[in-house]
Write a protein that binds this ligand. Structure first.
Ligand code: HEC
Ligand code: HEC
Ligand code: HEC
Ligand code: HEC
Length: 226
């Protein structure tokens, strides 16, 4: 091989290379700037509004929400179907199923977890809201858990305290936009792990509606010291 200024053909080839290499470099930098999620740096977590996610239920084949009221299948401003603290103006029919839990000693799903399972049981119709009964369209596939939760991460369980070598003590690291990351849910004055401990139904920036990245198992390591 000759030096950099070899025969004319080589010089011509070098020119192409020298244009090509910076082009790739700039593209790679661009992708990194736009897309790289760095666990622990909430400034890098993308935000994707519920409008553009599977929780805009108008995106689900066959479901038609009048006036494209995205919130309506889950919330109503008046005459909510639930009452009491944290009823979040709930508007969707609740699941009537009995679930098999991870631990046989755990009680049936309550609070936000019961809300999730009111579609993710794969039994209750997605558009059964506002007391209408719905059209019978149900979730199928892997987002439909059925009634057996014994092979899913435990929910409805008290978060252990006083085990400093096993479980981290809150507060947990921030999530999308510096908002709440992993969180515990207080039910009957007990801080528990529920579906919403890991998921944020309203924002899908991190995929799977997660509250913090799953990359490097960052989500798991919020609670578990391993
Ligand atoms: C697929 C169901 C679903 C849809 C659609 C939905 N939400 Fe929610 N929302 C929930 C659940 C479940 C909770 C309770 C658990 C929690 O706090 O995340 C909740 C809680 C809330 C809360 C109280 C807690 C908080 O996060 O501030 C507000 C406010 C709220 N939703 C607003 C909205 C608005 C506004 C829309 C429409 C743009 C909407 N939601 C669409 C399921 C939904
Ligand atoms: C009103 C019905 C409804 C409720 C209530 C609901 N979901 Fe969903 N969810 C859906 C539908 C429909 C999909 C899309 C399923 C599919 O594509 O097969 C979905 C998808 C998801 C996905 C997959 C997202 C992805 O990127 O593929 C997750 C995670 C999820 N939901 C979590 C939750 C959690 C957690 C709750 C409760 C806090 C909840 N959902 C409450 C209807 C609901
Ligand atoms: C300890 C954290 C944690 C809890 C608690 C949790 N999830 Fe998830 N969930 C995840 C993670 C992580 C994923 C993404 C899995 C993947 O991408 O392979 C996920 C995925 C999902 C999906 C997408 C389907 C799938 O299998 O990938 C749905 C739907 C879902 N979760 C609903 C729920 C519901 C409903 C509850 C409560 C009954 C719940 N989750 C509780 C962490 C959790
Ligand atoms: C919000 C806190 C929290 C997060 C996040 C979390 N866990 Fe857990 N996990 C718990 C608690 C609490 C238990 C149940 C402890 C008990 O009652 O024995 C548990 C139980 C488990 C168990 C069963 C342990 C047993 O003794 O049966 C496994 C395995 C596990 N988690 C793995 C994971 C993985 C993997 C992730 C990430 C995808 C994760 N966890 C995320 C809090 C969390």
């Amino acid at each position: 091989m000759g030096g950099p200024a070899g025969n004319p053909e080589e010089v011509e080839a070098m020119k192409h290379v020298s244009l090509f290499v910076p082009a790739i470099f700039v593209t790679v930098l661009g992708v990194m700037a736009l897309g790289q999620i760095i666990p622990g740096d909430s400034g890098t977590y993308p935000s994707v509004s519920i409008v553009n996610t599977p929780h805009n239920l108008n995106n689900y084949p066959g479901v038609n929400i009048p006036g494209n009221q995205i919130c309506l299948p889950c919330h109503t401003p008046h005459n909510a179907l639930l009452s009491g603290d944290d009823n979040v103006l709930w508007n969707h029919a609740e699941t009537g199923e009995t679930f098999v839990m991870y631990k046989s000693t755990a009680g049936q799903p309550e609070g936000p977890s019961k809300m999730c399972l009111s579609c993710h049981d794969g039994v209750t119709a997605i558009d059964n809201y506002g007391g209408t009964g719905g059209t019978g369209i149900k979730i199928t596939g892997k987002a439909a858990f059925g009634t057996d939760l014994s092979n899913d991460h435990p929910i409805g369980i008290a978060y252990p305290t006083g085990l400093p070598l096993e479980y981290k003590t809150p507060p947990f690291a921030p999530g999308i936009g510096g908002g709440p990351g992993v969180k515990l849910v207080s039910i009957n004055s007990v801080n528990r792990v529920e579906c919403t401990s890991c998921h944020n139904v309203h924002n899908n920036g991190l995929g799977s509606f997660l509250r913090v990245p799953i990359q490097e198992s960052y989500l798991c390591l919020q609670c578990h010291i391993k």
